[in-house]
Ligand binder design. Sequence first.
Ligand code: ATP
Ligand code: MG
Length: 257
Amino acid sequence: MAVHCPLIAQEGVIITGSLTQNPLQQPLGELPVIEFRGVYKTYQNGTHALRDVNLKIYKGEFVFVVGASGAGKSTFIKLIVREETPNAGAVSVNGFKSGAMTRRDVPRLRRTMGIVFQDFRLIPGMTVFDNVAFAMRVVGASNFDIRKRVSSALNLVGLGGKARSRPNELSGGEQQRVGLARALVNNPSLIIADEPTGNVDPNMSYEIVELLTEINRRGTTVIMVTHEHQLVRDFNRRVVMIESGSVIADSAAGGVL
Ligand SMILES: Nc1ncnc2c1ncn2[C@@H]1O[C@H](COP(=O)(O)OP(=O)(O)OP(=O)(O)O)[C@@H](O)[C@H]1O
Ligand SMILES: [Mg+2]
């Protein structure tokens, strides 16, 4: 059961039962990169994590996903990255449709996206360079490309000088920036981040979101779950609010909070 979020009541946001999409977000004639249609997710223990979620996200959008603990945000993300499958309804991501995917499609789908984790998930025995390079090696990139693109990804996140360090020699914020470099090194069209700033200090949170907005400016669609409402207000992007498994608000630019 999700905890009631007092901010909703405070700001007097109109609560709607089932939002299909935000009309302001829909570029004419373009297919959404992500579409949820009537999606329900119930876990095996009977928990209803998502109920009738309808949502479209278009190329180039930056979307914050907010809501109380237990609201269903991570479940929403897990359906996008195919860590979970819906019980009813359809999820479509980068042309992969939940009802029509084979097991081999799962790695194919994941190659179209970069994923940033709250707990970084770096490999401790590897240098910063190799942690980022690893994402390219698994997709069979050449050594030439790896050297070039890993360096530029590390420069982009401000860690060009730390390539030879190990994760345990870095601060939390630096480790997360390595996570970001790893997520973007294969040039994905979509970045998915579930609380990427959950384990870093507030200043570094801003830097991480700054970097994500910079990546977004270059054309990458970004979806970021966060608890940090001030951050959401400051960056003024589309906000999807989930409560008790339902999308209760969807606002074009920060207005929900
Ligand atoms: N694997 C699971 N099996 C059973 N129930 C689960 C599982 N994962 C999540 N849940 C339940 O589903 C609901 C939604 O969980 P979810 O992790 O999506 O919430 P959340 O919004 O990400 O919360 P938080 O902000 O704490 O990360 C919660 O009630 C949670 O207890
Ligand atoms: Mg979560």
